[in-house]
Design a protein around this ligand. Structure first.
Ligand code: ATP
Ligand code: MG
Length: 176
C-alpha cells in the first residue's frame, strides 16, 4: 500500500455531543475559577479510552477490526467529581460511579488491541475529561453533574500544532 509506513498519532475516545460539550466547558470555566491554569479548548474535550500513539497507517485496518469486535450497549456516564493530578498538574472531571458498560467498553477494546499486538496502558482506567493544564489545584469544589449519553466511540487523530493538539475523529463506532 502506498505510504503505509507513514504514521499517525492516534487514540480511541468518547467524543461529546454539543450539549455535553457545552456542559463540560461550563465546568471547565468553574474549575478554572478555583484552580487556575490553562483551560482546554471546548472542541478538544474528550475521554481517552485507549491511547495508541504513533501508529503506521498500514495498521488502520487492524485497528478497525479491533474496534469492530467491541459489543457494548449505549449508556449514560455521569461526570460529577472534579479531580487533580499533582504529577502532571491536570484538573479534570470524572465519575464518582463508573457504569459497568463503560468498563466493559474499555476492557473489550484493550483486550482486542493487546491481542492484535498493540501496546496497552497497564494502569487502571480512570474515566476523565481533562479541563485544565498547568493548574495549581486546591480544595475540590462541588461540580454540577454532567450527564453524557454515550452512544458511540471514535478513533481520533491528534495533530500537534503551534497552539496545541488538534483532534479529528477519523472513524466512528455506534453502540447498540
Ligand atoms: P499535547 O501532548 O500536545 O499537550 P494532548 O496530550 O492533548 O496534547 P496527545 O498527547 O495526542 O494530546 O494525547 C491525546 C489523548 O491521549 C489525551 O487525552 C492524552 O491525555 C492521552 N494520552 C497521551 N499520552 C498518553 C499515554 N501515554 N497513555 C495514556 N493516555 C495518553
Ligand atoms: Mg500529550
Amino acid at each position: 500500500m502506498e505510504n503505509s509506513n507513514k504514521s499517525l498519532r492516534l487514540f480511541f475516545a468518547l467524543w461529546p455531543d454539543d450539549a455535553t460539550r457545552d456542559a463540560l466547558n461550563r465546568t471547565g470555566k468553574w474549575l478554572h475559577q478555583h484552580w487556575g491554569g490553562r483551560r482546554m479548548r471546548a472542541d478538544t474535550l474528550h475521554i481517552t479510552l485507549a491511547f495508541l500513539g504513533s501508529t503506521p497507517i498500514g495498521q488502520l485496518d487492524t485497528l478497525t477490526a479491533c474496534a469492530d469486535a467491541v459489543r457494548t450497549d449505549a449508556y449514560e456516564l455521569i461526570l460529577d467529581q472534579a479531580g487533580y493530578w499533582r504529577h502532571n498538574r491536570i484538573g479534570w472531571l470524572g465519575a464518582s460511579q463508573t457504569p459497568p458498560q463503560h468498563l466493559e467498553l474499555v476492557g473489550a477494546l484493550n483486550t482486542a488491541l493487546q491481542a492484535a499486538g498493540f501496546p496497552i496502558d497497564p494502569r487502571p482506567h480512570v474515566p476523565h475529561v481533562t479541563l485544565l493544564r498547568k493548574s495549581q489545584g486546591g480544595e475540590v469544589p462541588a461540580c454540577a453533574p454532567v450527564h453524557w449519553p454515550v452512544s458511540e466511540f471514535v478513533l481520533v487523530q491528534s495533530v500537534t500544532e503551534s497552539d496545541g493538539a488538534h483532534y479529528e475523529a477519523i472513524r466512528r463506532w455506534p453502540l447498540a
